[in-house]
Design a protein around this ligand. Structure first.
Ligand code: PXP
Length: 236
C-alpha cells in the first residue's frame, strides 16, 4: 500500500505567524527522501494554509507524484491547468469547515464532473474523486471517466466504539470492491493515523492512503523522516 503525505498542516503552522517558516515545500522534500510515494496539498479557496507559491514550488520539486487537492471552482481549476500537477483530487469545500467534511455528491452532478474530468484529461492530468463508500457515488464516479476514487475514511476514523468501527470498515471493504470492479483505482483517506490505519491495509483494493494531520502531528515530535518511515512500516 502506497503512502501519499499531505503537507497542508506544515503550512498551517507557518500561517499561524504569517511568515515563511516552516516551509511545506521543505517538508515535501524530506517526506520524499524518507520514502513517501506522493505529496498532496490542498489549495483552499481561502488560502488558509497552502498558497499559490507553494503549489508552483511543489510542482517544481516533487519527483514522486504531486496530487493537488482542490474544490472544482473556476479559479482553482484554472490554477491547476496552469500548474499541471500529476493528478488532482476533487473535494467539496465549505468556508466554515475545519477540514473537508463529506464526500462529493457525484451522483447528482454527474454531467458537471464528467466535463471537469474531460478538461483535466485533455491536459494529461489524472483525476481522483473524494467520495463516501456508497454504491451510487461509486457508480456515478466510474461513469464520469475519473481514474480513481478516494474513499472517505472519516466515519471509520471517528467511530466511537468497536461495533461502529467494524461497520464502517465493512462499508469501506464493499466500497473498495465495488470501485475496483467498476474499473476505478482506489485510494482512501481522512483521519487516518498510526492507531487506526492497520485494518485499512487489509483491504486489497485500496492501493494508496493519503495522510496528513496525524502524520505531521507525529513529525512535530520525531521529525518528518521518522514519521514517514513509521507510517510506511505500518502500511507494510
Ligand atoms: N484526503 C482528503 C481528500 C482530504 O481532504 C484530507 C484532508 O485534507 C486528507 C485526505 C487527509 O486527512 P487527514 O489530514 O485527516 O490525514
Amino acid at each position: 500500500m502506497k503512502l501519499s503525505v499531505n503537507i497542508d498542516h506544515v503550512a498551517t503552522l507557518r500561517e499561524a505567524r504569517g511568515g515563511i517558516e516552516p516551509d511545506p515545500v521543505h517538508a515535501a522534500v524530506l517526506a520524499e527522501l524518507a520514502g513517501a510515494n506522493g505529496i498532496v496539498a490542498h489549495l483552499r479557496e481561502d488560502r488558509r494554509h497552502i498558497n499559490d507559491r507553494d503549489v508552483r514550488a511543489l510542482r517544481e520539486i516533487v519527483t514522486t507524484k504531486f496530487d493537488l487537492e482542490m474544490a472544482a471552482t473556476p479559479e482553482i481549476i484554472a490554477i491547476a491547468l496552469e500548474t499541471l500537477p500529476d493528478m488532482v483530487t476533487l473535494v467539496p469545500e465549505k468556508r466554515q469547515e475545519l477540514t473537508t467534511e463529506g464526500g462529493l455528491n457525484v451522483a447528482d452532478n454527474e454531467e458537471l464532473y464528467t466535463r471537469i474530468v474531460d478538461t483535466f484529461h485533455e491536459r494529461g492530468i489524472s483525476v481522483s474523486l473524494f467520495i463516501e463508500p456508497d454504491l451510487a457515488q461509486i457508480e456515478a464516479s466510474a461513469r464520469t471517466g475519473a481514474d480513481m476514487v478516494e474513499l472517505h475514511t472519516g466515519m471509520y476514523a471517528e467511530a466511537r466504539n468497536i461495533d461502529e468501527a467494524s461497520h464502517q470498515l465493512r462499508r469501506l471493504e464493499h466500497g473498495a470492491a465495488n470501485a475496483a470492479e467498476a474499473g476505478l483505482l482506489v485510494k482512501a483517506g481522512h483521519g487516518l493515523s498510526l492507531k487506526n490505519v492497520s485494518p485499512i491495509t487489509t483491504i486489497p483494493e485500496i492501493r494508496e492512503v493519503s495522510i496528513g494531520h496525524a502524520l505531521i502531528g507525529h513529525a512535530v515530535f520525531v521529525g518528518i523522516d521518522a514519521a514517514v518511515k513509521a507510517y510506511l512500516a505500518a502500511l507494510r
